[in-house]
Design a binder for this molecule. Structure first.
Ligand SMILES: Cc1cc2nc3c(=O)[nH]c(=O)nc-3n(C[C@H](O)[C@H](O)[C@H](O)COP(=O)(O)OP(=O)(O)OC[C@H]3O[C@@H](n4cnc5c(N)ncnc54)[C@H](O)[C@@H]3O)c2cc1C
Length: 554
């Protein structure tokens, strides 16, 4: 019999969405649980995120009469994520869709309030089963709710914004609805201050902070920081605990009922990414996601899938040399009066398409090229988040990643492109902008493209000619929100071997597991939705499949 330094019913690795969902599930089931977090900051990518969860056929949609169904959700998943991998099996997609109600109801039971992003379209809304308004997020919270943990979050800052604010704020200076949303945001901020709650925290901080409060805040699960899981402890083919390093010392932590990996992907592991994905990556998430738990599970027989893929997206290059912190671009590239070109000056994709599709197109076009978003004067009236931080424009200019010019030809010269090539690209695009039809890449055809657009621009709200100086160019890289390959799990979130057998006692959810979404991103929140649903499914399965034990007294 193995001896342990500590023992819990459930040992959870990480402190992001997947880990917090399992911790909440464990508390809900009356199980003792510990989350082990390698970093000195909790929350991982989930804490830095937009906090949106794609949860089709969810109870809030039913309450609103928004019209969704299990069948539509599964049809849409089969169309988009497809059923090509073990990770994307019909059984797993059914488990995900069927697990949505338990997730929402459990959170509400523990005092968490959701809001529906009613206007946010699925990323392929025109495909069978596609809808608008399937994503949920958690309403902004007072940072005080996080107790002492508010001081060591992964996110550098927290604003009181919500998902549907973002697209409206992008056009705050061109539309009445955008301006009204800016005013609402000011009132939300003031309300927090006047009611003594302080500046409210929204998106990823509201999401993880609420879960942390529910799972840990009332004497429930434990969270041990700076405790890195390095290996699994296996007895007679069953996982019974983990080895974790804390302050230079190896601890053996026993799991009476199960171990769940919620340790994110291998975003910061440059060597592994180069080997498996062909580029070192420009992650917007935390660099402590190194993939150690994925490697440990593989060593003990776990099958892996989708290791060549990530939640890609075009990002403005980082201005912090040595520290990856690129600015992930969602809305600005879809707005009129701008295009994205390669280092020769050619367009290569629909700039307004989903970030994962754009990332795939960048990779397929040129793995090691440079990329530029070219825009003209009128693009400056939109909220350009990537230039908001003080001094960032100056730093981008100094490192040769931002240029301004009075003509397209002058800009091309600054970018080392042939002026006639960029001129021809811009002339062709301007023709599309005037006719309203992007004959090359169909920008603006989908309701998804038009979520970020300017309805005052006619005939196509995503297209606008580049003709008014000054013009500018900002450098893009192939960024990501995390990797999406990892251990293969079944519909109960149990880790599987190559031969399909279950590794008893071992579960996984989130980016350390191969995604149920396959190579795609069906709708807003397609990483956090499955991470929390499968995290909770793991806790429910652990509770049901193993014998009850007494609560941890420690
Ligand atoms: C800026 C940004 C915005 C995003 N917005 C959205 C969004 O709105 N909707 C959406 O669906 N997705 C979004 N994403 C993606 C989403 O945040 C991630 O896919 C998701 O957070 C992954 O959750 P996770 O629980 O798997 O991992 P994470 O949240 O990354 O947590 C993993 C944790 O495990 C820890 N860890 C790693 N290795 C070990 C180890 N060996 N021992 C102990 N701990 C370890 C890490 O330090 C980390 O804290 C966004 C990402 C970013 C960066």
């Amino acid at each position: 019999m193995t001896s342990f330094d500590h023992e819990f019913d459930v040992v959870i690795i990480g402190s992001g969405a997947a880990a917090l969902a399992t911790a909440l599930g464990a508390v809900d089931e009356g199980l003792s649980a510990v989350m082990l977090e390698s970093s000195d900051k909790w929350g991982g990518n989930s804490n830095k995120s937009g906090g949106g969860m794609w949860l089709p056929n969810n109870p809030l949609m039913r309450r609103d009469g928004a019209g969704d169904s299990r069948e539509d959700a599964l049809t849409y998943l089969a169309e988009t994520a497809k059923n090509e991998y073990r990770a994307t099996s019909r059984e797993r997609q059914e488990a995900f869709v069927d697990g949505v109600d338990d997730w929402v109801n459990t959170c509400e039971k523990h005092g968490i309030s959701f809001v529906r992003a009613k206007e946010y379209a699925d990323y392929y809304p025109e495909l069978p089963g596609g809808k608008i308004g399937r994503a949920l997020e958690i309403y902004p919270i007072s940072k005080k709710k996080m107790g002492p943990y508010r001081k060591n979050m992964a996110a550098p800052a927290a604003l009181p914004v919500m998902t549907d604010d973002v697209w409206l704020l992008t056009r705050a200076f061109t539309t009445v609805s955008g301006f009204a949303r800016g005013v609402q945001l000011v009132f939300r901020t003031l309300r927090g201050l006047l009611t003594g709650k302080g500046v409210l925290a929204g998106i990823g901080v509201a999401f993880t902070g609420s879960l942390l409060n529910a799972a840990v805040g009332h004497g429930g699960a434990k969270l041990w920081m700076e405790t890195e899981m390095t290996d699994l402890i296996v007895e007679d083919g069953k996982v019974v605990g983990v080895v974790a390093n804390h302050a230079g010392r190896d601890l053996r932590i026993g799991a009476r009922r199960g171990v769940i990996l919620g340790s994110g992907g291998f975003d910061g592991n440059r060597a592994k990414r180069k080997e498996l994905q062909g580029i070192e990556g420009h992650p917007s998430g935390v660099l402590t996601n190194m993939g150690v738990p994925i490697e440990a599970a593989e060593k003990h027989g776990a099958a892996l899938e989708l290791m060549d893929d990530a939640w890609w997206g075009a990002s403005v290059i980082s201005v912090n040399p040595g520290v990856e912190d690129p600015s992930f671009i969602v809305g600005e590239r879809a707005m009129p009066y701008s295009i994205i070109v390669d280092d020769e000056g050619h367009r290569f994709a629909n700039e307004a398409e989903s970030y994962v599709d754009l990332g795939h197109h960048m990779l397929a076009h040129k793995k090691d090229g440079r990329w530029w978003m070219i825009a003209e004067k009128r693009h400056r009236r939109y909220l350009r988040n990537y230039l908001l931080a003080p001094g960032v424009k100056q730093k981008l200019s100094e490192q040769g990643s931002y240029f301004e010019a009075d003509s397209i030809e002058e800009l091309a010269e600054k970018l080392d492109m042939k002026p006639e090539v960029l001129r021809a690209t811009v002339d062709r695009f301007n023709g599309f902008a005037r006719s309203g039809v992007d004959g090359d890449f169909g920008r603006g055809n989908s309701a998804y493209d038009r979520y970020y657009s300017d309805p005052t621009v006619k005939p196509n709200p995503n297209l606008g000619p580049l003709e008014k100086p000054p013009f500018d160019a900002v450098e893009f890289v192939i960024g990501d929100l995390g990797t999406k390959g990892g251990v293969v799990t079944d519909e109960h979130a149990r880790v599987l071997r190559e031969d399909g057998s279950v590794i008893e006692g071992l579960y996984a959810s989130g980016n350390c597991s191969a995604s149920v979404m396959g190579h795609t991103y069906p709708g807003p929140g397609s990483t956090l939705g499955p991470a929390v649903v499968f995290g909770l499914i793991a806790a429910r399965h652990i509770a049901k499949a193993t014998k009850p034990s007494s609560l941890e007294k420690a």
